[in-house]
Each structure stands twice: as structure tokens, then as C-alpha cells.
Design a protein around this ligand. Sequence first.
Ligand code: ADP
Ligand code: 5GP
Length: 193
Amino acid sequence: MNDNPSHKLIIISAPSGAGKTSIVKHLLQQDLKLAFSISVTSRPMRPGEVDKKDYYFYTVEEFKAKLEAGEFLEWQEVYANQYYGTLKSEIERIWATGHHVLFDVDVLGGINIKKYYGDKALSIFIKPPSPEVLAQRLAGRGTETPESLAKRLAKADYELSFEDQFDKVVVNDNLQVAQEETIQLIRDFLQQE
Ligand code: ADP
Ligand code: 5GP
């Protein structure tokens, strides 16, 4: 593990549709010296997504080869046959540029990264105002097939049960308020020695 006290990590986790991407994109525009940890995924690219910016898009075979080579800090089969993982090299790459690492990872991945890095990491759980609102937002985003929407909703109740394992919880009712609250939590954390 890296012992440079100025190297920190911010973990944003939530069920799919809770607003992680909307919050993470906003955080990257602030003067917080954050850089996004680009994960590897085996899911298909969505319209508008860019390889090596939103994700490193791999086939399942490529993903498994990296896994066997021990290159992942953490990984999850978030949905059946859809693998997501954080490469160890990603954290070193970002720290070398003098930035803190910002993660958008699933709930179990977030808990694992926090366990590994302890006080160097701040873990934030983004909570939807209700399961019904979560379902509306996910459907309204228009990115999911009926099948992938059903998969995400089926997992949401399970993921919502992990909120107390995070350092902080932000309810995303009004997006702007949730964004401001998250920025303040991060500023407070980064100011601590
Ligand atoms: P995630 O990355 O957690 O899957 P997104 O950021 O993609 O979630 O948000 C899911 C959908 O809900 C998007 O269409 C987004 O524009 C919308 N959304 C996010 N936050 C809010 C909010 N507070 N109020 C209304 N819609 C929201
Ligand atoms: P999506 O397919 O909507 O982009 O992401 C689905 C879920 O996978 C989200 O909860 C997202 O945070 C999570 N995810 C993205 N990258 C990683 C990763 O590297 N590790 C883990 N554990 N989850 C990830």
C-alpha cells in the first residue's frame, strides 16, 4: 500500500439509477483534485460512452485473463456474466498525477476498497429517496433494455441494505442539493491530515 498521506480515495457507491454518475461528473468539475478511476467492464458500451474514458471495455475472456494475472484491486460479477473491476494500475496512474482517486463502484466493491485503504478512503453511499423513485429514474434514463432494467431493480433492495457500512450517506432527492452535500463531505475529508 502507498503511504503518502496526501494520496486519498473517494468512493461513491449506490444501486444503479440512484445518481452516482450525475454526482461523479459534477465532482470532477470542481477544484477538488479528483481523477476518475476508469474501471474495466465486460458489459456492452452504451450510446455516448467512450472506451478508455467511461470504462475500459473488455470481452469476458480479456477480463478473465487480467483476473488470472492478478491485476485487479477488486472486481465483481455485478450482473450475470457482466464483470466490473478496478485495475491496481489505475490507482498508481492517478496518484502519479497528483490527484485523489474517485471511484464509481457497486456497493460490495465500495466496501472492499474502503476495507483495503481504511482512513485514506472516504466511502459515500448515494441513496434514492425511495425504491419507487429509483425505478422511475432508471426507466427514465432510457439506457436499459427491459431485461437489464429488471436485473438492476432486482438487485437494488439487496444493495440498499448496505448503507450502514459506509462512512457517509447522501440522499439524492434534489440533485443539486445532493451534489453540494457530497462536495462538502469531500472537502471536509480532504482537509483532515
Ligand atoms: P447511476 O449512475 O447511479 O446509475 P445516474 O446518475 O445515471 O445513476 O441517474 C439515473 C437517472 O436519474 C439519470 O437519467 C439522471 O439524469 C436521473 N437523476 C439523477 N439524479 C436525479 C434527481 N435528483 N432527480 C431526478 N432525476 C435524477
Ligand atoms: P453500469 O453498468 O450502470 O455502468 O454500472 C453498473 C454497476 O457497476 C454500478 O453500480 C457501478 O458503480 C458498478 N461498477 C462500475 N465499475 C466498477 C468496478 O470497477 N468495480 C465494481 N465492484 N463495481 C463497478
